[in-house]
Design a protein around this ligand. Structure first.
Ligand SMILES: Cc1cc2nc3c(=O)[nH]c(=O)nc-3n(C[C@H](O)[C@H](O)[C@H](O)COP(=O)(O)OP(=O)(O)OC[C@H]3O[C@@H](n4cnc5c(N)ncnc54)[C@H](O)[C@@H]3O)c2cc1C
Length: 582
């Protein structure tokens, strides 16, 4: 309340009496009981934690996407999940898992090699929830219409609580299609990989009820270019798919090293191949995958990422010899899709914090979200987040319908385009949301620093930005039908916006001339992503959202900050639709 006394409970004379030189007299002037009860000020016009909310029911865009893309059947389940993980106690797990990061022990006190990473109980609790709700496997164990969509929605919600633990969940989920290339291995491993049991015990796979899977491709001399891998694989017998090898070399980034097994790339006699490498050998001895140290990461802190050496580690070949990239790409395609979900979730979490704060805090006599310039910024953040979600959930539906050639082609192109664009747009989005909150948004006891530090990670791993754009080009060159599928996908919105229609014509010209394509790849993929997002929003979002998206993203001006929406945008409607109520 403006004008309220700062030194509450003290007499009007007190500040003057306590003026320079008089401080020592204070005890004589004030009755003692009043001095000890003194309060310096009231706390008012401040925000409160965004907790005890239903993360699903407070997200209208998500509910619409779930229904539209084929998973309306999952609504009740998602509502129960959203309530559970939106409680204050549950949301606290995300902060705890990051405040108390993982620790490595290479040896026990007697000198035996152990290679153990210990995590805060909050991290285990998050993984347990993910596994018990099928985030690691539900489309494989319960395939059918909407299976990927429902799983994507759950992953989107849970990532808003905590992103780092999603790494092993994603890798476990993504390993299944790669493993299926070798049915004998899949038959042995898949039941426990897909079981809804989190079993973190450090035991051989045979003694456990549920298994998690990691991946190890990157080496010091090459991450994007895995052909540079020098780790060697020596057959212990005949060799070939499903057969045993021993691996010697190193892997420079192995995240979630407490996983029960890893998909690993190594040079076999017949070329770069994919292997399944367990933590334990079948005879119960420790497999020599040795952890040298944990990375000190700026974000993704709850999740351990290790540097390792393989000293004759036993592994079985997955897929054909010499076709390692082809095999592991089945896994990588899924992890890239999860990066889309994860970064869309990061955007939603950041926007939700900003909207919540600005709906409470006033400055210069008005609630921030009603100040015209702040409304412009907030609405812009919401548009970005809605575009990200729409594209992500459309890709989820395409995954559910891969038997349809159009959908299959869309998966190939759309996940590369979407992974690049959504992940790339997230860091600045997180920063702008932080700025909406002001100084408190920078403080470590706010969720914003964690969202901000997490925000670049998805763009860099699983194919960094340039690599994604080059992958889009590769897809268009190798399978020209993906380009037709892309334009077919935009057809549904034809005529809905003159801006989009013009944009599509320009894109057609652009894609018709692939001279200097590598040099121009980012520009081309940016335009493709915006076209897909605009087309989806025009077909499915309220006009306030889709019109503003097109007016701001498809207009001539190419360099813009958030908060530069043009005149005529109904910011209030966009903000009202997205503001969560705790
Ligand atoms: C937190 C974290 C966890 C990770 N966990 C794992 C893991 O569990 N398993 C695993 O295998 N890896 C993991 N990685 C590694 C990650 O996948 C690699 O860092 C990534 O693939 C990039 O490889 P690099 O670091 O060697 O960079 P480089 O390959 O050297 O790339 C550097 C830059 O060059 C660009 N570039 C590359 N080629 C071209 C080109 N032809 N044209 C233009 N630009 C190009 C890239 O886009 C990138 O921006 C993790 C990384 C991080 C940050």
């Amino acid at each position: 309340m403006a004008g309220e006394r700062v030194a509450k409970g003290l007499s009007e004379d007190y500040p003057r009496a306590l003026g320079p030189g008089n401080a020592m007299n204070a005890p004589d002037i004030l009755p003692k009981d009043r001095l000890f009860l003194a309060e310096t000020h009231d706390v008012f016009n401040v925000s409160r934690p965004l907790v005890d909310l239903n993360l699903y029911l407070e997200d209208r865009a998500l509910q619409e996407a779930v229904g539209r893309e084929g998973a309306a059947w999952a609504h009740d389940d998602l509502a129960a999940f959203g309530r559970h993980i939106g409680s204050a106690d549950y949301l606290a797990l995300g902060a705890l898992a990051n405040r108390f990061g993982p620790e490595l022990e290479t040896h026990d006190r007697f000198g035996h090699r152990v290679d153990l990473v210990s995590f805060h109980p909050a991290y285990h609790a998050l993984i347990k929830t993910s596994i018990e709700h099928g985030l690691h496997a539900s489309p494989w164990t319960e395939p059918g219409p909407g299976a990927h969509v429902a799983r994507a929605a759950r992953f989107y919600l849970h990532t808003q609580v905590e992103a780092g633990h999603g790494c092993p969940i994603t890798m476990t989920f993504a390993a299944v299609p790669a493993l299926r290339t070798t049915p004998a291995l899949a038959a042995l491993w898949e039941p426990k990989i897909t079981a809804r049991v989190y079993d973190p015990r450090n035991l051989p796979d045979g003694a456990k009820h549920g298994l998690t899977i990691g991946m190890a491709m990157t080496e010091k001399q090459g991450g994007s270019d895995v052909r540079a891998n020098t780790t060697r694989a020596y057959p212990t017998g005949a060799g070939g798919a499903g057969q045993a090898y021993e691996l010697v070399g190193h892997k420079y980034f192995v995240s979630a090293p407490m996983c029960d097994a890893f998909l690993v790339l190594a040079q076999a006699p017949g070329g770069l191949s994919c292997f399944l490498l367990p933590r334990w050998r079948p005879d119960g001895s420790k497999n020599p995958l040795q952890l040298l140290r944990l990375k000190r990461k700026m974000g993704n802190v709850s999740n351990a990422s290790s540097e390792t050496e393989l000293r004759g580690a036993l592994a079985w070949m997955v897929g054909e010899e010499g076709r390692g990239v082809r095999t592991i790409i089945e896994m990588v395609a899924m992890t890239r899709f999860d990066c889309m979900i994860g970064s869309s979730a990061g955007q939603r979490a950041a926007a939700a914090q900003a909207l919540h704060h600005c709906s409470i805090r006033s400055a210069f006599g008005r609630v921030l979200s009603q100040q015209p310039l702040m409304a412009n910024v907030l609405a812009d953040l919401v548009l970005e987040s809605e575009g990200a979600l729409a594209l992500t959930m459309r890709m989820a539906r395409a995954m559910d319908r891969r038997a349809d050639p159009h959908e299959d082609l869309l998966v190939r192109l759309g996940t590369a385009v979407g992974k690049y664009w959504i992940c790339k747009r997230t860091p600045n989005h997180a920063y702008e949301a932080m700025e909406c909150i002001g100084g408190s948004g920078v403080m470590e006891d706010s969720p914003m620093p964690r969202l901000f530090r997490e925000s670049p990670v998805n763009a860099i791993w699983e194919g960094s930005g340039n690599v994604q754009c080059l992958d889009v080009l590769r897809a268009m060159q190798k399978t020209p039908a993906v380009v037709e599928a892309f334009f077919r996908e935009l057809e549904g919105a034809r005529g809905a916006s003159a801006l989009l229609d013009r944009w599509v014509v320009a894109l057609q010209q652009e894609l018709g001339d692939l001279a200097d394509a590598e040099y121009r790849a980012r520009d081309v993929v940016d335009r493709m992503a915006l076209a897909l997002q605009a087309a989806l929003l025009l077909q499915h979002a309220p006009a306030a959202v889709s019109d503003a998206f097109c007016a701001s993203r498809l207009a001539e001006r190419s360099v813009r900050n958030y908060g530069t929406l043009p005149r005529g945008v109904d910011c209030a409607a966009i903000i009202a639709r997205a503001t969560p109520r705790a």
